[in-house]
Design a protein around this ligand. Sequence first.
Ligand code: FAD
Length: 401
Amino acid sequence: MATLDVDVIVVGGGVAGAACAALLAGQQRRVALVDARRANFQPPAQGFDPRVVAVSPGSRRVLAAAGGWQGLDRGRLAAYHHMAVHSAALGVSFRASEHGLDELGWIAEIPALQTALWQALEGNDRVRLFAPAAWKRIDLGRDVVRLGLDDGTQLRAALLVAADGARSQLRQRAGIRVDEWHYNQKALIGPVRTAEDNTGLAWQRFTEHGPLALLPLPDGRSSIVWSQPADRAAQLHTMDESDFVAEINRHQDAPLGEVLEVGELHLLPLVRRRARQLVRDRLVLLGDAARSVHPLAGQGLNLGLMDAAALAEVLENWKDADPGPALKHYQRWRLSNGALISGGIHAINELVRAPAGLGRHALGMGFGLARQLWPVREAFVQRACGLDSDSPRLARGRSPA
Ligand SMILES: Cc1cc2nc3c(=O)[nH]c(=O)nc-3n(C[C@H](O)[C@H](O)[C@H](O)COP(=O)(O)OP(=O)(O)OC[C@H]3O[C@@H](n4cnc5c(N)ncnc54)[C@H](O)[C@@H]3O)c2cc1C
């Protein structure tokens, strides 16, 4: 079979990879996107997909530039304007209006985001989609990458983006080492109904068992993310609804009243991973393939979208020349940004697991202090929203240089 020449091959069309493919195609590059599955979200008639994420304002700009925000069903998005986080007796809260923002973020279903991006890619004549497809052979040269797919297609490109998720096979194939921390924690996720409708509050408490978050859903319910020791999470998962309701109400004091009902719950294992390099010759890691983080700060997908925007930014002026210097820039930028955010999240998770609740008290004192210090709160909001000076220009709403 003849070889198809493109500028960039992206393997992995999750939200991070699909956004990256769209942004690079927007620079007039020919892009091949390969995924083991075709994105095709069928919204459940009742309720929402349990895989929901908090999307920051900076990430929304990246999704919009990639063509994946416009097509979303607004009835399946829940904006939040108020964020509150507590540990022990103290907490801190943030309101969008106090920081000059209309929203602090949106809760969205991952498969809906992914499908909206794919729909935009389907109408883009610079993008070739290969899905369902798997790569069988790979030749990672210093200047060129060749990828053989299972249907016999041969792809050749100057750049290969590995966006194939936390257990990236391409990362492994390139021999990039990964640091892993198995938290022995699992996250329980699913919808709950509270006495009052949740109309825009993202709330979190560091309970004695782990962080418990309530995030708004468009129908007034909340989606919970409760990370806790794996055996306890498994036990809660098998509880009767009334016992679970009693248990969650012992730990949550959100200003939404008691939890009254619980929908179907799912359990997800939590592992932190960090690739030691993001670039090897012409291969670049992006999204969860680059690092995966504990969900307590709702940053994993946001980091992946910032990777996509950062890669597009450093490649802006790349034509036929060696992309090596641009890729080195990407690696330095995203490794240091990722280390700061993922390291901070990891440190908080370790702190709150300290014996006798000491860590939770210390964290609560930190929140109490932050409440008094406006510059700290402002800096926190800018970073959490993907609007700080270390975020790509696209996320900050700046046009290309
Ligand atoms: C409980 C929980 C809550 C979370 N909450 C948040 C949140 O609030 N906010 C947030 O930003 N993040 C959150 N995250 C993290 C977020 O879900 C992930 O960071 C994000 O979904 C990863 O996206 P990705 O595109 O990098 O990878 P993935 O979504 O894993 O996509 C990888 C793609 O690669 C494809 N693929 C894999 N292998 C191959 C192969 N060999 N060949 C071809 N294709 C392949 C897959 O089919 C898939 O489409 C949360 C995570 C958890 C566990």
